[in-house]
Design a protein around this ligand. Structure first.
Ligand SMILES: [Zn+2]
Length: 236
């Protein structure tokens, strides 16, 4: 991975020789498409600082503007290299847009750029590798697992227990409320993170924020899986 320093180093346009910030899809001077810079990150693709709050309508407008400018049809008469670069830049742009427009994917991506390994990703299938129960949820999770087990047994026996169903629906509402609380805590951490970027804050403080974000993402993943389990149990 490139460092922040090497990303700001100017590269020369292959066609006109003008200096262009590395990571730009085309040369500002002559408009020619450039080969994708190695290791360019998604924020740089859009010319954005590494902040967690993003102006989504602006991101979308930029995405469509850049997509049009890189459209392969415009390169039908260009050299094979330029045609290939327009395809490479388009696929990089698509990946960058898909990741940055999703708040959770964006947050996980930024942490990875910061050298933090995110454990389980956001796979919808299968249990996450990290299935530690958040300590404050131990009791609720224990209770929930009992109810889920009972629900499965009932189903096997072809029985339905309206009370149990109501309890599970209540539990689902509770966990959804906790998810909303996690999201709102995450949003305040985004603000704190962005402030550190604006103020060039010292490392211990930014490390602390990163740790808090990681913990919240773990918690979010855990609760989401619980909600998914309840949904599966309630589907009959
Ligand atoms: Zn040029």
């Amino acid at each position: 991975m490139q460092t922040a320093e090497s990303q700001s180093v100017n590269a020369a346009c292959w066609s006109c020789g003008s200096a262009a910030p590395a990571g730009k899809a085309w040369c500002d001077a002559c408009g020619k498409v450039q080969a994708p810079s190695e290791g360019v990150d998604y924020f740089t693709v859009f010319g954005l600082p590494r902040k967690l709050r993003i102006d989504l309508p602006a991101l979308e407008r930029n995405f469509y503007r850049m997509s049009r400018k890189l459209h392969p049809d415009l390169y039908a008469q260009a050299s094979p290299e330029e045609r290939q670069w327009s395809l490479d830049q388009t696929s990089l742009l698509n990946d960058a847009y898909r990741t940055l427009k999703d708040p959770i994917a964006r947050t996980e991506y930024l942490l990875r750029l910061e050298g933090i390994q995110i454990e389980a990703g956001r796979s919808e299938e299968g249990k996450p590798k990290d299935s530690r129960v958040p300590p404050d949820l131990l009791e609720e999770v224990f209770e929930l697992n009992m109810q889920l087990e009972e629900m499965r047994m009932n189903r096997k026996m072809g029985e339905d227990d309206p009370q149990l169903r109501a309890d599970l629906e209540k539990a689902r509402t509770q966990f959804e409320g906790q998810l909303a609380a996690v999201d709102s805590s995450l949003e305040s951490l985004w603000t704190r993170w962005d402030t550190t970027i604006d103020n060039d804050t010292c490392e211990p403080e930014t490390d602390k924020i990163k740790d808090e974000i990681v913990a919240l993402l773990d918690r979010r993943r855990y609760i989401r899986n619980l909600v998914r389990d309840v949904n599966e149990a309630l589907e009959t």
